[in-house]
Write a new protein. Sequence first.
Length: 313
Amino acid sequence: MTTTLAPATRETTATTKAAPRTAARTRRTAVAWLFLAPFTLLFLLYTAIPAVAALGFSLTDLRGADLRTPLAVNFTGLDNYLRLFQDDSFLRDIGNTALFVAAGVPLTMGVGFTLALALDSGIQRLRGALRTVFFAPVVTNVVAAALIWQYAFHPDGTVNQALAAVGLAGPNWLDDPDLAMPVVVLLGVWRNFGTAMVLFLAGLQAIPRDVYEAAALDGAGRWRQLRYITLPLLLPTTLMVSVLLTVFYLQVFDEPYLLTDGGPLGSTESVALYTYHQFGAGQFGMSSAASFVMLVLVAVVSVVQFRLLRSRT
């Protein structure tokens, strides 16, 4: 004899079975939020709230003197942004930042890829030691590195002494508007080629060796293997490295600040350094507006890079 439960009984049974699952899911969610709470709190205090506040400051005429009289601050809308793009110094600094990116990214990627290729294909016994040596600039204190570079490019420094040894007169590198920028870019390349090298080396080691062996059996030499196997299979890594380096050079601050403080004559001042100088001068509204312009530049350039390279990867 078959017993059939009434609809109300079936609903009660299903509800009874679902209740423990719901309670367990609620407990897991509560535990997850408990673990996320410290990060969420720090993110709100040091990132989200300051970002929203800075956006509000960029729409006002807030200055250092206004901190004692907050009621004197006026809402100005987009006036700070309009003033930025009417400021010759800011437009010059956008050009300087573009030059940092145009020169620094290809040089850093070229040096990093060349060293990664050498470590991957040639040197085996010393690979670990050389990788450490090449990566050392990345973890070197930037202040100490800048002091060494200032001494090296001083009129009586190491570089000019080496030029004098071969009969050449060395210039005053960091006080020449035409020569200061290359020195600052070289410091950025020196600091970052180790990161590019490690990432490229990881990408090279992920390529199956069977592909190279098959290509060698078909008569492909080193150049053809590099052109038709290595470079195409390394495109995802290339995209990642290019985006990381572009973001770094768009926000470059340490190198020009420590070597030249943006000089001589503003020839090495970046947008980030301009923002810092405006903040130091008490122009909080202008400084906040400049920081958001830089944020938009970083976002636009990153999206363009992904659009151009994503289809190929």
